[in-house]
Design a protein around this ligand. Sequence first.
Ligand SMILES: NC(=O)c1ccc[n+]([C@@H]2O[C@H](COP(=O)([O-])OP(=O)(O)OC[C@H]3O[C@@H](n4cnc5c(N)ncnc54)[C@H](OP(=O)(O)O)[C@@H]3O)[C@@H](O)[C@H]2O)c1
Length: 271
Amino acid sequence: MKTNKYTLITGASTGLGKQLAIECAKLGRNLILTALPNEQIKKLGEDISNEYKVKVQTYETDLTQEGAVKSLSLTISAKYEINMLINNAGVGGTLPFLEATPDNIDQIVLLNMRAMVLLTRFLLPNLKKQKKAYILNIASMASFGPMPFKTVYPASKAFVYSFSRGLGAELRGTGVVVSVAHPGGMKTNPEVTRRIEKHSKLIQATTLSTQKVAKICIRQLLKNDELIIPGFMNKVSWVILKIIPVWMRLIIMRSSLQSELQDSKQIIQVA
Ligand SMILES: NC(=O)c1ccc[n+]([C@@H]2O[C@H](COP(=O)([O-])OP(=O)(O)OC[C@H]3O[C@@H](n4cnc5c(N)ncnc54)[C@H](OP(=O)(O)O)[C@@H]3O)[C@@H](O)[C@H]2O)c1
């Protein structure tokens, strides 16, 4: 498929975003990849372009900065036709609420919610001009209930779920499909890996590779699936979460997440 249309992916330098970029490139989709300012994204863009023979543009911008989303959107919209937007960039972490700095909390709120919503808002006119276009928002299994010691992160991902389903229903019939994906744990960086490994074998069994999750997400997105829960074990967890009352889940979560906190020093990483 040779086309002049582009897929925009945020947080594409590493982890799930990088694999989503590779999956899209395999399908011949041109890419616009964004990440924080560093050399990684430019190099990755060149590698993907060479290997899959697609056009790749890269942008380095901190999406939490005032005006950054607007300026990125206007620049991109003036130059390219976008027929797929993947809001992947997101951060989180595990800490007692009072130990998270206000800056850490602000990052989660600004990146996971504000940047996603505003990027979607600014690019929607461009997406609507296409015969068929897709929006994929990356949420988490954490969207499906409150979690002690993570508090803001699951709340932000519940927002991603609610926003995506609402917008999807609003845009039905316009040619723009909105999907939301809920991955479970993925060992994307050392901190997330350390945290996943603190959990029981049962929880660890829900972990999937970023390659697998990316493949499932793109396949289901292109089939117009509005709700994507990658992996059998995560689907089972999703059903169980619907059955167990919240108060009981919170007791289980509290003890499970307390083990994540042991010898944890920092955190503002994804989960
Ligand atoms: N990992 C998991 O277990 C897991 C589970 C469920 C859901 N998720 C969700 O999946 C998505 C991807 O997670 P991941 O683990 O693949 O992430 P990751 O490996 O930590 O990568 C995060 C990406 O976001 C970019 N980024 C971070 N802060 C940014 C900012 N302020 N502005 C612009 N870009 C920024 C990073 O850029 P740089 O590389 O330049 O820093 C990087 O490209 C997130 O939405 C996350 O919440 C992850």
